[in-house]
Design a protein around this ligand. Structure first.
Ligand SMILES: [Zn+2]
Length: 684
C-alpha cells in the first residue's frame, strides 16, 4: 500500500486524490497502522512466553469482584464461570471503581469527566464518550473492565497505541494482550486460547481482524462483558478517517452469545459523525457525554506577526531540558527546522513520512527515552505515543482544523503537569491548507465541510476570547469561566485598542463592493491599490477606496480576520470565500457597538523555574536508570507528576510512598524501594 501520511506536503506531487479514507492529517493512514513499534523489535514471538512466565494476576481476582483481594499474584484460574449480566443490570458502584483506581493506578479519585462516563457504564448502559485523546479515556473502559468477569474487547485502530496500552497495563499488574497484524497466526491462536482461559482482562483487537469470519468465530468462544471502541468516528463516512473495517464491529457484537455492553469514544465535534456512531455501532439508548476538553494544566497561546524561528528558539532556550514537540506542515519545513535547531545546539530529532521506517523508529525511540529533547515532526508523528512528560507542543504552522490541532496540542502534559501549547500563526498557513483541501478532498460537499472547519481553525487564531473556552465550545462542551492562563486571558503585555473606526471603514467597503468579494480584494481597495482587478471592477471610484492607505495590506487582512473571528463578518464556504456583513456589524456601523482589539506589546517574560528543579532532575536520573534496566521508556516507570509529588513529600517509608499519586501497588513493589532508598540517603 502506498504511504500517504504526509500527503500534507504541498511541494510533493503525491497522489492527486488519496480518497476519503486518507484525506486526513491527524490520523495515520492504513499503511502506517501496520507500522511496527520499535520497542517491539526482538520481542515478537517471545512476548507470549514473557507473558506466560509472569504470574497471571488475571481473572482469579476478578472472578468474584465483590471480594477485592490484595494479593496481586494469584495463580490463574483456568475456566472462569461466566456471570450472566442482564441488559441494563448494574455492574458495580463508584466506590468499588475508586478502590480499583487507587490500587492499580495509584490515584485517589477520577477526573470529573471520567466519573460521569464510568458511572454510566457501571449502571449497565451503552455509553458514547466525546473525549479528547489524552483526556484519560482509557481509564474509562479499563476500570469497568476490571469489575466484570470475562475479557473486555477493545477495538483500537493503531498498532503502536495498542502496544503502549498493553505495556502500561502490564506495568500496573493488569493482564492484557493485543491481536493485530504484527503477530503470526500461531501467536494469535495462543492469545485467543489464553483469553478463553480467562487470562486477560482486556484484549486489544485491530479492526481489520474483524474482517475474518473465522476470527469472529474464535472470539465468540470468549466471555465478553464489554466491547470498547476507540476512535469510534472511524465508523462514519463523514468522519475524517473512515475505516470500513469499523462497520464489522457490529458483526462482532452479534456473533457473541450475550450482547455485551458497548462503550464508544471519539474526539470529533460534528453531530453527523456522532449520529453515525450511534447508528452503525447500534448503541442501545446510549448516554452521550462531552467531557474532558478543558485541560486545566495546558496553557494555550497564539502568536501572530512575529518571526517564527526567533519565537521558537527563544522558547526552547527558556525551556531547556524539557521535552517538546514542534509540528510543521511540510516535510521540507520539518527538515529545515530540525537542521536549524541542531545548528543552534538544540538536541533535536525529526520525524516525517519521507524517512525510512528505521529512521522513524529510531527518532521515536530516542524521543521516548528522553535522549532527544525536541522532536520536529509532521502530522505523521504522535499517534499512539503516550509519552506523558511532553512539556510543550509548538505548532510552527496552523493545522487544518480544530480536531487536528487539539489532537496534536493535547499531547502536551498527559501527566497533568503544567504544559504549554503554542501556535505560531501566519496568513500563509491558510493558503497552504486551502491548497491541500483542494488537492486531497474530493466532492463539493466534503470540500465545503473542510473549508468550514478550516475557517473555524482560523477563527481560533484570531479570537480575542479565552482560547481554552473556544476549544471547549467548539467540541460541544460548556465552559463556565475563562481559563485565566491562555494568551488571551493572561495579557499583562497586551493593550486594548479601540478599532471601531477601522471596523466601520471595513464594513462599509464590504457593503459597497456588494458583499461579493474576498478579503484580499477588500483589503486592496481599502489600501488604495492600483492592481488590475481593482481597476477592472472600477473600485477606485468607491468612496472607501484608499481609506486605510496608511496601513499595510497585511495589516488590513489581519483586521478583517479578527472581525470574522468575532462574528462581525462572515465568510461564505468554498474555495473562494466571500465576505458578508452579519447583523452584529450593523450595530457597529450605526455606532451602537464599539470594537476593541488586544495588541501584543512584547514577548512574554520567561517562566521562573521552580526551586525543586535540582531534586527533580536527580529523580529523573534515577527513573532513567530503572527504565534502562527494565527496557521501558522512563514515563512508564512513573510520570513526571509523580516525581514532582515525591519532591514535595520526600517519602522515606512505604506508607508515605503509597500515598503519592501514580504509585499503585504493582509499581510500589517494583520501584518503591529504589526511591525510598534515595530519599533516605539524601536525608541521612
Ligand atoms: Zn483563557
Amino acid at each position: 500500500m502506498k504511504r500517504q501520511d504526509d500527503w500534507y506536503d504541498p511541494m510533493d506531487p503525491g497522489p492527486a486524490d488519496p480518497g476519503p479514507s486518507a484525506d486526513d492529517g491527524w490520523h495515520e493512514p492504513p499503511a502506517d497502522y501496520d507500522y511496527r513499534d520499535p520497542r517491539e523489535a526482538g520481542r515478537g514471538a517471545g512476548e507470549d512466553d514473557r507473558q506466560a512466565g509472569r504470574p497471571a494476576a488475571g481473572n482469579a481476582e476478578f472472578r468474584n469482584r465483590r471480594s477485592v483481594q490484595t494479593d496481586l499474584f494469584e495463580a490463574p484460574v483456568r475456566r472462569p464461570q461466566p456471570v450472566k449480566r442482564q441488559p441494563g443490570q448494574p455492574i458495580g458502584t463508584m466506590a468499588e471503581a475508586q478502590e480499583l483506581l487507587r490500587k492499580y493506578y495509584g490515584y485517589p479519585d477520577f477526573r470529573e469527566g471520567q466519573k460521569q462516563v464510568i458511572e454510566c457504564l457501571l449502571s449497565g448502559r451503552d455509553t458514547l464518550g466525546i473525549m479528547p485523546t489524552g483526556g484519560g479515556k482509557s481509564i474509562c473502559y479499563q476500570v469497568p473492565a476490571l469489575m466484570m468477569s470475562g475479557t473486555t474487547i477493545v477495538v483500537s485502530p493503531l498498532i503502536s497505541l495498542m502496544k503502549d496500552q498493553v505495556d502500561g497495563l502490564d506495568s500496573i499488574g493488569v493482564p492484557a494482550a493485543y491481536i493485530n497484524s504484527s503477530l503470526s497466526y500461531a501467536q494469535v491462536e495462543m492469545r485467543i486460547r489464553k483469553a478463553e482461559r480467562g487470562e486477560y482482562k482486556l484484549l486489544y483487537v485491530a479492526p481489520e481482524r474483524l474482517e475474518s469470519e473465522r476470527f469472529l468465530e474464535l472470539l465468540a468462544g470468549l466471555v465478553v462483558p464489554m466491547v470498547a471502541v476507540d476512535e469510534a468516528h472511524c465508523v462514519s463516512q463523514w468522519g475524517h478517517d473512515f475505516r470500513p473495517s469499523y462497520m464489522r464491529i457490529n458483526e462482532l457484537v452479534s456473533h457473541l452469545p450475550d450482547r455485551p455492553l458497548l462503550a464508544a469514544y471519539t474526539a470529533t465535534a460534528t453531530d453527523q459523525v456522532r449520529e453515525d456512531i450511534v447508528k452503525h455501532l447500534k448503541l442501545s439508548e446510549p448516554q452521550v457525554f462531552v467531557t474532558g476538553f478543558a485541560r486545566e494544566n495546558l496553557s494555550f497561546s497564539v502568536i501572530k506577526g512575529e518571526n517564527k524561528r526567533d519565537v521558537l528558539m527563544g522558547y526552547i532556550r527558556e525551556h531547556a531540558g524539557e521535552a517538546g514537540i514542534v509540528y510543521a506542515a511540510t516535510r521540507k519545513e520539518v527538515d529545515q527546522l530540525c537542521e536549524y535547531l541542531l545548528r543552534q545546539g538544540v538536541a533535536a530529532g525529526k520525524y516525517h513520512a519521507g524517512l525510512t521506517d528505521k529512521e522513524r523508529a529510531d527518532a521515536q525511540e530516542r524521543f521516548l527515552y528522553d535522549e532527544v529533547r525536541v522532536m520536529v515532526a509532521s502530522n505523521a508523528f504522535g499517534m499512539g505515543i503516550d509519552k506523558s512528560n511532553v512539556r510543550y507542543v509548538v505548532h510552527f504552522n496552523m493545522p487544518k482544523n480544530m480536531e487536528a490541532y487539539y489532537q496534536e496540542a493535547g499531547r502536551a502534559g498527559r501527566d497533568g503537569e503544567p504544559s504549554d501549547c503554542m501556535l505560531l500563526f501566519s496568513p500563509q498557513d491558510i493558503h497552504i491548507q486551502k491548497f491541500l483541501i483542494e488537492q486531497s478532498v474530493s466532492g463539493p460537499e466534503r470540500q465545503a465541510q473542510e473549508y468550514r472547519r478550516l475557517q473555524q481553525m482560523a477563527d481560533y487564531c484570531h479570537t480575542p476570547q479565552c482560547l481554552q473556552r473556544y476549544i471547549v465550545r467548539y467540541f460541544g462542551g460548556e465552559a463556565e469561566e475563562d481559563c485565566g492562563q491562555c494568551s488571551n486571558c493572561v495579557s499583562p503585555d497586551m493593550e486594548l485598542t479601540d478599532i471601531t473606526l477601522e471596523a466601520q471603514q471595513i464594513f462599509s467597503c464590504v457593503k459597497r463592493m456588494r458583499e461579493r468579494f474576498g478579503m484580499t480584494l477588500v483589503a486592496s481597495v481599502l489600501k488604495g491599490s492600483r492592481n488590475k482587478k481593482v481597476l477592472d471592477f472600477g473600485f477606485d471610484s468607491l468612496s472607501t477606496y484608499g481609506l486605510m492607505r496608511n496601513r499595510t495590506e497585511k495589516d488590513i487582512v489581519d483586521l478583517i480576520q479578527l472581525l470574522v473571528a468575532e462574528g462581525y463578518l462572515q465568510l461564505t464556504e468554498g474555495k473562494y470565500p466571500v465576505l458578508r456583513l452579519s447583523s452584529k456589524a450593523s450595530d457597529v456601523l450605526s455606532g451602537k457597538e464599539r470594537v476593541v482589539q488586544r495588541i501584543r506589546l512584547k514577548p512574554s517574560a520567561p517562566v521562573v523555574q521552580d526551586v525543586e528543579a535540582e531534586l527533580f532532575d536527580e529523580l529523573r536520573k534515577l527513573r532513567t536508570e530503572i527504565a534502562k534496566r527494565e527496557g521501558i521508556p522512563p514515563y512508564i516507570v512513573f510520570p513526571d507528576s509523580t516525581l514532582r509529588e515525591m519532591c514535595g513529600v520526600q517519602p522515606t517509608n512505604p506508607a508515605a510512598m503509597l500515598k503519592i499519586k501514580g504509585v499503585g501497588e504493582a509499581k510500589f513493589f517494583k520501584y518503591g524501594a529504589f526511591f525510598i532508598e534515595f530519599f533516605k540517603q539524601r536525608q541521612g
